[in-house]
Design a protein around this ligand. Structure first.
Ligand code: G1P
Length: 290
C-alpha cells in the first residue's frame, strides 16, 4: 500500500505574475476550485490518505484551504446556505491527514522532496506537482502506484511530446517494455531539443521507494544551480537500481503558464455539468467559435 503523497508547493510561480504576487499559484482558480484541489482529489481517489505539503513562506493559504473553517461554516449554517456549506465541508473532509514542512530556501525540486523525508519515513510514496492536472479514468498517480507495487521499483509518469517542447522537462531514454512501460536507462533535465535522448518527457507524477532520499542527499547542484529530482533518479540508475517510466492513460493540462492555464480552465469548464453546455453554446453562437 502506498499511503503518502508529497506535494512540493514552495515554488514562486513567477510565470503567472502578477496573479501570483500575493496568491500562491496553486490557489489560482480553475472553474470553481483552486488548481491544487484537483491534484489532491486525484491523490485521495488513488487511496493516498496522508497529504504532505512542502511549503514556503506565504503558502499557508494552501493548508488553510484543506483545513476546517469553523467561522465560515457557522456563518453559512446561520444563513441556511446548505449547498455551499456542503461544498466547503467536502474540501476539509477530503484530506484525512494533513501535514506540512517548510523548504526554507528555494534550492530546487530535489531539495523540496528531500525536505519531506522525515515525514515520509521508510515507505514508498507519491510525488505530485501542482502545475499538472490530469483527467483520466484511473487517476494518473494510481496507474503509477499500481505499477510501482507490481515492479517493486520507482515509476515516473512520461508523456510523448513534440521534440521542440521537451526542453522544459526531464527527458528519459529507455528500453521499451510494451504497453507504455519503459525501463529507464538515462534521464536528462531540460535538454536542448537536439540533445534530448527521446521525446518522452517526465510530467509531475512520481512514485518512489525511500532509497531516493539517499541519492537526493548525495547529488550536487544541477541544471539552473538547483538540486534536481531527475539527477537523483539518474544516480539511482547509475547504481543499478531499476526505475521505470509509464506513458499514463489520460490527458494532462499544464497550468504553469498563461496559455496552458487558460486552456485548462476551458477544458474543465466544458466538462462541468453545471456550466459546460451553456459555455459550449456561448463559444459557438456568441463568439462564433467551435
Ligand atoms: C520539474 C522537473 C522536471 C519535470 C517537470 C514536470 O520541472 O524538474 O524534470 O519534467 O517538473 O512538470 P519544473 O516544471 O519545476 O521546471
Amino acid at each position: 500500500m502506498i499511503r503518502k503523497a508529497v506535494f512540493p508547493v514552495a515554488g514562486l510561480g513567477t510565470r503567472m505574475l502578477p496573479a501570483t504576487k500575493v496568491i500562491p499559484k496553486e490557489m489560482l482558480c480553475v472553474v470553481d476550485r483552486p488548481a491544487i484541489q484537483y491534484v489532491v482529489e486525484e491523490a485521495v481517489e488513488a487511496g493516498l490518505s496522508e497529504i504532505i505539503f512542502v511549503i514556503s513562506r506565504g503558502k499557508e493559504a494552501i493548508l488553510d484551504h484543506f483545513d476546517l473553517s469553523p467561522e465560515l461554516e457557522t456563518e453559512l449554517e446561520a444563513r441556511k446556505k446548505t449547498a455551499l456549506l456542503e461544498k466547503v465541508r467536502r474540501v476539509s473532509a477530503l484530506v484525512e491527514s494533513l501535514s506540512a514542512v517548510r523548504q526554507k530556501k528555494a534550492l530546487g525540486l530535489g531539495h523540496a522532496v528531500l525536505t519531506a523525508a522525515p515525514l515520509v519515513g521508510k515507505e514508498p510514496f507519491a510525488v505530485l506537482l501542482g502545475d499538472d492536472l490530469v483527467q483520466a479514468e484511473v487517476p494518473c498517480i494510481k496507474q503509477l502506484a499500481d505499477k510501482a507495487l507490481e515492479l517493486k521499483a520507482s515509476v515516473v509518469a512520461v508523456e510523448r511530446l513534440p521534440r521542440e517542447k521537451v526542453s522544459l522537462y526531464g527527458v528519459i531514454s529507455g528500453e521499451d517494455l510494451g504497453g507504455g512501460l519503459w525501463r529507464v536507462q538515462g534521464v536528462v533535465e531540460k535538454p536542448r531539443p537536439e540533445e534530448a535522448p527521446s521525446e518522452l518527457a517526465i510530467i509531475g507524477r512520481y512514485v518512489f521507494f525511500p532509497e531516493i532520499f539517499e541519492y537526493l542527499r548525495r547529488i550536487p547542484r544541477g541544471a539552473g544551480g538547483e538540486y534536481q529530482l531527475t539527477d537523483a533518479v539518474a544516480a539511482m540508475i547509475a547504481d543499478g537500481r531499476p526505475v521505470y517510466a509509464l506513458e499514463f492513460q489520460g490527458t494532462r493540462f499544464d497550468t504553469g503558464n498563461k496559455l496552458g492555464f487558460v486552456k485548462t480552465i476551458l477544458a474543465y469548464a466544458l466538462r462541468d455539468p453545471e456550466i459546460g453546455e451553456e459555455l459550449r453554446r456561448y463559444l459557438r453562437e456568441d463568439l462564433a467559435l467551435l
